[in-house]
Design a protein around this ligand. Sequence first.
Ligand code: L34
Length: 296
Amino acid sequence: MVAEVINGNEVAKSIRAEIKIEVSKLKKAGIEPGLVVIIVGEDPASQVYVRKKGEACNDLGICSETVRLPASTTENELLALIDNYNKNPKFDGILVQLPLPKHISEEKVLLRIDPGKDVDGFHPVNVGKMVVGSESYLPCTPHGVQELLIRSGNDPSGKHVVVLGRSNIVGKPVACILIQKAKGADATVTICHSRTKNLAEMTRQADILIAAIGSPGFVKADMVKDGVVVIDVGVNRISDPSAKSGTRLVGDVDFDAVKVKAKAITPVPGGVGPMTITMLMQNTLKAAKVHHGWKD
Ligand code: L34
């Protein structure tokens, strides 16, 4: 079998077209959704992601502001800035790009964002709502993975999903979303991590394998069964002397080797990445609707 390559850019594009229509409806009623993205320090990957978030906003007619702060910013300065945006009605969503410099507590920062403006879905209030399956802002990457599965015709319902990785931003929440008793979920989920024994034995049982460990090309062909659906969440920059920039982006999956066994597979780049940004746009639209009492 040679896999269908799931085109995340295309799926993202069609969802963005839907969002754009919604945004223009709001704007006709005098409502302009607003998102502020705060980035601390010079991490090159974060710079790219933050730029893409601003571009997506511009494309969809969402008002966006990007605040770039030096790595020397203190925790208190960042918290005070968040307080200001919490109070500012122009902004429906507030996102603090992760990772933060070591001297700033991620936990304190995420707790400070008004849960009603937490379009990342990282505030413990929203995490709690996600766990119990009540309406909330779902974290963008896991939600993007779910949408990608649904829209590529790979509904996870009743399927065995194996998640590689247990991070708070991907592994844990994606497992949580996919076990919900809900449309587009209802999966049986196994979470594997660095201490899992007989890992390949586990991953070979997956109908759907979600790789989110941050290890280039980790998932090899002998770790999957024929006909698996593979969602590669990894974004790893590796050195490649033949590339103009000297580096190349690869996922957590040995794409060429796994592709010949899989039913479907997402590429890196052009898979989950664009979906993350699209789900952020969707959450920002949703926040604007909530803040203005908009009824569909
Ligand atoms: N607060 N921090 C916060 N929220 C988030 O949702 C993120 N994340 C992750 C890192 N930190 C965060 C992102 O935005 C990862 N992430 C992200 C966003 C976009 C892309 C990848 C990761 C993306 O657009 N990837 C492109 C390639 C980009 C490139 O050329 O480097 C792709 O096609 O995969």
